[in-house]
Design a protein. Structure first.
Length: 411
């Protein structure tokens, strides 16, 4: 039996022998040369066609390789640089914020100075320390009507005027940023120079040439009366005399106004008659509303008559009422229900009303309540409201009552 390989060889030989004979008379060397030239020519044409079709291929591939190499080299360095720029921007932002706080013209929210208040420490029940509160500044767009006595380089002088209807005392606070040891008498003896009646919508009491001298060691203010001074009897202004004096001087602990006996000559104090002294009672138990004179450029927080209310609840309820005849606006929305809880020298004011928000109305309400609480003898107020902050007021801590209302910056 033949193998498969032998069978194929025999068949192939037989087929070849049966093919027709073809003769080529060309010289073998010339034929070889012709075939070689043909092969080489085809290869060159293929290479030329390739170059024509993709002339950009090699430069492009080289450029891509360079780009990839650069990416690999800078891949680690770029994020570090980015983080560095971010940190630098953050530090710059922080520095700008600190400078804005330092240069702020608004009075800082700080505790009123007293012996029992430690500015360096804070107990949870005490709320914010003076240092913490002094770092706060007014929020954008919110007007403020109070000031805190927190800066030892600033003099704060309580003064007073009257509303244009001569019905209410308008307490004001002069702020002298240039002299920490300013003599208050220099301001009381020329009130007209520091109070712009038209701009504030107030009337300065016509003290004339009465001169004031504070004698704090004896808790009195000495009045030097000019010769022949006469106060009009039965006038509304005459009835405001004692209230204006009390508003200006009782914050110093002064309890009486004494007429200088060495200069007492034929003066008359109207309804008070010929007097040697007047007792001055600190105004208490008052509510505070917004007052705006008919031509005034700004509003002011002013108190009701002294001792008008028996409880703070009554005062807060009164603060919901407008009094258009006296140019007084409510400082608490009539739909805002408030709950009051007293604890030691502080009071907690609670409300769940949706109208309590981070806005001007709530900020004004807070300041009016702080002044009202102060008139009732409280030293701090805690606000339990649906919001944690209103303007610069952080409501998660108790807030000290202010030094006074309606600051007037002198410089």
């Amino acid at each position: 039996m033949l193998s498969h390989d032998n069978f194929n060889e025999e068949k192939l030989s037989k087929m070849l022998s049966e093919m027709p004979k073809i003769q080529d008379n060309q010289d073998k060397d010339k034929l070889y040369e012709k075939i070689s030239n043909k092969i080489n020519g085809d290869d060159q044409q293929d290479a030329f066609r390739t170059k024509q079709k993709f002339p950009w291929a090699i430069p492009s591939i080289a450029s891509i390789a360079v780009v990839i190499l650069l990416i690999v080299i800078f891949q680690d360095a770029f994020p570090n640089r980015q983080y560095s720029n971010s940190d630098s921007a953050s530090e710059q932002s922080t520095s700008s914020s600190d400078k804005a706080l330092e240069n702020s013209d608004m009075a800082p929210f700080a505790a009123e100075k007293n012996d029992s208040f430690d500015a360096g420490k804070r107990d949870e029940s005490d709320g914010m320390t003076e240092n913490e509160m002094s770092m706060l500044t007014k929020d954008i767009g919110f007007s403020s009507y109070i000031i805190y006595d927190s800066n030892p380089n600033v003099s704060i002088i309580p003064v007073a005027a009257m509303d244009e209807n001569i019905q209410y005392v308008v307490p004001l606070t002069l702020v002298d940023n240039t002299n920490p040891d300013a003599d208050p008498a220099n301001f009381y003896n020329q009130l007209d120079a520091f109070i712009n009646e038209e701009e504030l919508g107030v009337v300065v009491f016509p003290f004339g040439k009465i001169a004031f001298q504070l004698e704090l060691g004896e808790n009195k203010v000495l009045l030097t009366i000019p010769d022949g001074y006469q106060m009009e009897e039965g006038s509304a202004i005459g009835g405001m005399f004692k209230q204006v004096l009390a508003t200006m001087f009782t914050p110093y602990g002064i309890t009486k106004a004494v007429v200088d006996p060495d200069n007492s000559r034929n003066e008359s104090f109207g309804m008070y008659g010929n007097i040697d002294s007047l007792p001055l009672d600190k105004p208490k138990n008052q509510s505070f509303k917004l007052y705006r004179g008919t031509k005034a450029n700004q509003a002011l927080l002013i108190p009701s008559l002294p001792n008008q209310f028996n409880t703070m609840e009554e005062a807060l309820e009164d603060m919901k009422q407008n009094q258009p005849d006296f140019l007084l606006e409510a400082t608490i929305d009539s739909d805002v229900d408030l709950e009051i809880k007293v604890k030691a020298q502080g009071v907690t004011i609670s409300s769940s009303s949706s109208k309590v928000a981070n806005n001007q109305e709530t900020a004004t309400m807070i300041e009016a309540i702080l002044l009202t609480a102060k008139s009732f003898g409280y030293t701090s107020v805690t606000f339990d409201f649906p919001v944690e902050q209103v303007g610069a007021y952080q409501l998660n801590k108790s807030i000290q009552v202010p030094a006074g209302p309606n600051p007037i910056q002198l410089h």
